[in-house]
Design a protein around this ligand. Structure first.
Ligand SMILES: [Cu+2]
Length: 111
């Protein structure tokens, strides 16, 4: 209840303040990471890692947001630092988007 009231107060301030609105607009563009967190987490097993090209081959389960059934295929990582957190044979959860024909891993975590 208290949170709700704070939320309403916050929204009211936002609506009255053009500066706050502009700030919020800027944040929306930086919020790719939190958008990615809303993607379904897909289970998979790492089959191959090509660290130079940032490509990872994963035997993956169903990917609901891409309407893709389970298979083994190559993905790209959104951030090269992701490569260092995984190894061949790892069971992982990951989120992925399709961008201009490429499948880009947004988030990945060992299980
Ligand atoms: Cu696939």
């Amino acid at each position: 209840m208290r949170n709700l009231r704070m939320c309403i107060a916050f929204v009211s301030v936002m609506m009255m303040s053009p500066i706050a609105l502009a700030h919020d607009h800027g944040q929306a563009h930086e919020n790719v990471a939190s958008d990615a967190q809303n993607l379904p987490k897909v289970p998979g097993v790492i089959k191959k890692i090509q660290s130079m090209s940032g490509k990872v081959t994963i035997k993956h389960g169903d990917i609901p947001n891409l309407e893709m059934p389970g298979m083994t295929m190559v993905f790209e990582v959104a951030d090269p630092s992701m490569i260092g957190t995984i190894a061949v044979g790892d069971r992982v959860l990951f989120t992925v988007i399709r961008d201009r024909g490429a499948f880009i891993i947004q988030w990945i975590e060992r299980q």
